[in-house]
Design a protein around this ligand. Structure first.
Ligand code: FNR
Length: 331
């Protein structure tokens, strides 16, 4: 891992309440998938192309993945994350501890709203309107959470509620209820996605697709993009590393919509591998939380700066282009 990211992680671990550190760091079950997300990158190597004479694109193909409860990491919470994002797209969690309108107001770049479809469609629609009014540019519907993942670290600590003074602010005053809990529902289906399509003109992404057939269905249901993700190893401890699931999804989607990967991305080299395997961009979860906990807005900025710098360097080494034929197994 890049030493700056390692330093921010160490500092975050030192300053956070261990219960909150474990909430951010932990995964589901034995945390097999959590570890494998990072290990999958180490199993691959890149064969650079030489003498291509390409310039290097200045873009950083990175999004900030939606993560809950930033005010557990830092008092400024999602406001600091939004300010630090700059031009990087921030996918703001429905479970943010700052209301989405304030997140968007603090951001200078695009903000997308992550949504868990609520079984009561009036509540879901009220959330969509809230995101629209705030100025969000897209909705990212997380589909890998029919039920909550069981996180042993949280269970061991007895952690299930936010401390007094913090709340999932987007859940206030929705459809006549002062503060709702976020519900997960195994009854949510493609029909709900179609209904969302009918109630909003915002581009709809789905996040948490691993099976190529689901990616095909998503395209058929008119999504603007697919995020290959296992929720950072927090939902089902049986699934592949998200990087290992990526190529089949990319093949199934066949260029019809962009495919983003998240899970285990910790360096510019990891970004390059994911792009070579066909991702249009990657999402970053925990490194942003470590930057935020360690040093607020400045810490998140450092995470993005380091990734940008490393990615450009790797891209230059690879001839400015990344294609699947350049990826080989590391033996
Ligand atoms: C998440 N993730 C997540 N995803 C989502 O759609 N809505 C959410 O509210 C959350 N909350 C959340 C909290 C915490 C503490 C973590 C670590 C993750 C999943 C997140 O968007 C992303 O898929 C993973 O974090 C990506 O993996 P890495 O980068 O953390 O390895």
């Amino acid at each position: 891992m890049n030493p700056v990211l390692a330093e921010l992680h160490d500092k975050a671990r030192a300053v956070l309440d261990p219960v909150h550190y474990d909430f951010f760091a932990g995964g589901v079950g034995d945390e097999v998938v959590l570890a494998d997300n990072e290990a999958a990158f180490r199993r691959l190597a890149l064969l650079p192309r030489v003498l291509r004479g390409n310039g290097i694109s200045q873009d950083l193909p990175v999004l900030i993945s939606p993560t809950a409860f930033h005010r557990l990491a830092h008092p400024d919470g999602e406001l600091a994350t939004a300010r630090a994002a700059g031009g990087t797209t921030l996918v703001s969690s429905m479970a943010s501890t700052v209301p989405i309108a304030e997140v968007v107001a603090a951001a200078t770049g695009p903000v997308w709203f992550q949504l868990y479809v609520q079984p009561d469609m009036d509540v879901t629609e009220a959330l969509v309107r809230r995101a629209e009014r705030a100025g969000c540019a897209a909705l990212v519907v997380t589909v890998d959470s029919p039920v909550f993942g069981r996180h042993r670290r949280d269970i061991a600590h007895g952690f299930h509620d936010l401390p007094a003074g913090l709340a999932a602010e987007n859940m206030r005053d929705l459809a006549g209820v002062a503060l709702r809990n976020i519900e997960m529902s195994p009854a949510v289906s493609w029909e709900h996605l179609d209904r969302l399509r009918d109630v909003t003109t915002l581009p709809l992404w789905v996040k948490g697709v691993l099976h190529p057939q689901d990616a095909v269905l998503a395209v058929g249901h008119g999504v603007a993009g697919v995020v290959v993700s296992n929720h950072g190893g927090r939902q089902l401890d049986l699934v592949p590393a998200s990087l290992d699931a990526l190529p089949a999804v990319v093949d199934a989607v066949a260029g019809r919509v962009p495919v983003v990967l998240d899970g285990g991305v910790r360096s510019g080299g990891d970004i390059a591998l994911a792009l070579a395997l066909g991702a249009s961009a990657v999402g970053i979860g925990r490194p942003v939380l470590w930057g935020l906990a360690a040093d607020g807005e400045q810490g998140v900025r450092r995470v993005l700066d380091v990734l940008r710098d490393e990615y450009r360097h790797v891209l230059a080494m690879c001839g400015g282009e990344l294609t699947r034929d350049m990826v080989v197994a590391r033996c």
